[in-house]
Design a protein around this ligand. Structure first.
Ligand code: AMP
Ligand code: GLY
Length: 436
């Protein structure tokens, strides 16, 4: 079987790494991929937004199916195009991907499906948006409607800051047409968790729970990023909460989509805020979370390929996913300055020390190999991902490996999985594992 993975980050490296272990697979391509992925797959120089060119490549090479990593091609309608041409693809169609592509649309569906989420209102005019602020209390949450490379959510401490955010989005158009509308939302307190499921529109197969670390600095300080580290399982998602997430969020969501004539096929990611009142939805993504995908792929015992095929073919009820009891932790190594401006082309040393690393893998997010040297090529550069018998052991293994790697300006958080470690100390192992 031949498979194409679209994308170029740590998520895609982890997907390619896992797919490659399948006995069903004879060849894997990745478009466009990155240096690290190039070691285990054939790279194809087509960007994720070139959906016509991707369809042409798949047809020519007789690829059995395609797996979409990032959201952009999904919102451009890659699944619709492939389906029209009779090509199999893992990822939702354009209508379904609006759950990620439009925050206003996601909030509408949440509201009409009675799914717990923060109180909100949508605006396209700055004056009305500013007026609405008087019905909210600080901190104010202002979100650009469309895709804004992870930068479209502004949490504002004061009314003045929130008014400035509204002007930035609706008047100055800093996010372009992604800011034609915005959502003002109630600020939710609690602990965040990422919950992903595979769905064929009818059936749901939940993946192991995970937790991400959005802020760039230790102690959740500094600006939001794509994610500075992740771990799985997330002990905040107890067995009871797991059940509630499926019953109160995913099932009504699929019914709500169906009522609108939308069938969601692919991975569906809910960013949740969890507190004493239960889980509430912060956002949806139409793809695997990154870096969450890295620890999750490492914990997946089953072959991923039949799971992806069952999703595409609408027979998820016929497959099961088995998970390792081990925990997995991913520490992201990023370039100095990320998520703002950063330099590229720094020489990375130490990767050779980890070639035979038994406890984990180093997934590449932004690297290139030049004349035998590894160079940095992105904001997030590597995802050092380790397994351990519990979160503590996985943290130790991951940070040991981080200690082997160096480049000028390398940055990482030193507190990945701290919250889970605190919970782990206080709970029995059984309760902890129930979280997966
Ligand atoms: P989103 O892309 O909507 O998940 O927002 C990015 C991040 O902003 C989330 O992971 C949260 O950390 C934060 N955030 C978004 N919405 C809210 C909210 N209503 N209350 C508190 N924090 C939020
Ligand atoms: N790590 C969060 C995301 O992928 O959106």
């Amino acid at each position: 079987m031949k498979i194409l993975v679209i994308g170029s980050g740590g998520r895609e490296h982890a997907l390619v790494w896992k797919i490659r272990q399948s006995p069903k697979v004879e060849k894997i391509y990745c478009a466009p991929g990155n240096g690290g992925i190039g070691e285990i797959a054939e790279l194809v120089a087509i960007g994720p937004e070139q959906i016509e060119a991707l369809a042409g490549f798949v047809k020519r090479e007789k690829i059995d199916f395609t797996v979409v990593g990032p959201e952009l091609p999904l919102t451009l309608g890659i699944a619709d195009l492939f389906e029209e041409r009779g090509l199999k693809i893992f990822g939702p169609n354009r209508a379904a991907a609006r759950l990620e592509g439009s925050k206003a649309f996601a909030k509408e569906i949440l509201k009409e499906s009675h799914i717990p989420t923060g109180r909100f209102e949508t605006f396209s005019d700055a004056l009305s948006a500013k007026k609405y602020l008087s019905q909210m209390s600080p901190p104010y949450v202002v979100k650009a409607d469309g895709l804004a490379a992870g930068k479209g959510v502004l949490i504002c401490a004061s009314r003045k800051e929130a008014e400035a955010a509204i002007d930035e989005i609706l008047v100055r158009k800093v996010f372009g047409s992604a800011g034609d509308k915005l959502v003002i939302e109630e600020f939710l307190e609690g602990e965040e968790a990422s919950f992903m499921v595979l769905t064929d529109g009818e059936q749901i197969l939940s993946l192991a729970s995970a937790q991400d670390h959005k802020r760039v600095f230790d102690g959740d300080q500094g600006p939001n990023t794509g994610g500075m580290g992740a771990y799985s399982p997330a002990p905040v998602v107890t067995a009871d909460l797991h059940r509630r997430i499926l019953e109160e969020i995913f099932r009504p969501l699929l019914s709500g989509l169906k009522k609108r004539g939308i069938c969601y096929r692919g991975i569906l990611y809910a960013g949740l805020m969890i507190n004493g009142q239960g889980p509430k939805v912060l956002e949806f993504n139409a793809r695997f979370g990154d870096p969450e995908c890295q620890p999750i792929m490492m914990r997946l015992k089953s072959d991923l390929v039949p799971l992806l095929q069952a999703t595409i073919e609408g027979r998820l009820d016929q497959v099961k996913a088995e998970w390792r009891e081990d925990a997995a932790v991913c520490v992201v190594l990023s370039a100095q300055g990320y998520p703002g401006c950063y330099e590229k082309g720094k020489k990375i040393s130490g990767l050779e020390n980890l070639k035979d690393w038994r406890k984990g893998s180093v997934f590449h997010a932004g690297t290139v190999k030049k004349d035998g040297d590894w160079l940095t090529l992105g904001g997030r550069v590597l995802g050092v991902t380790a397994l351990g018998k519990n979160i503590g052991a996985a943290v130790k293994a991951a940070y040991w490996a981080v200690g082997q790697i160096h480049w000028e300006g390398m940055h990482y958080r030193t507190d990945i999985a701290q919250r889970a470690l605190e919970r782990e100390k206080g709970k029995s192992g059984k309760e902890f594992i129930a979280a997966s």
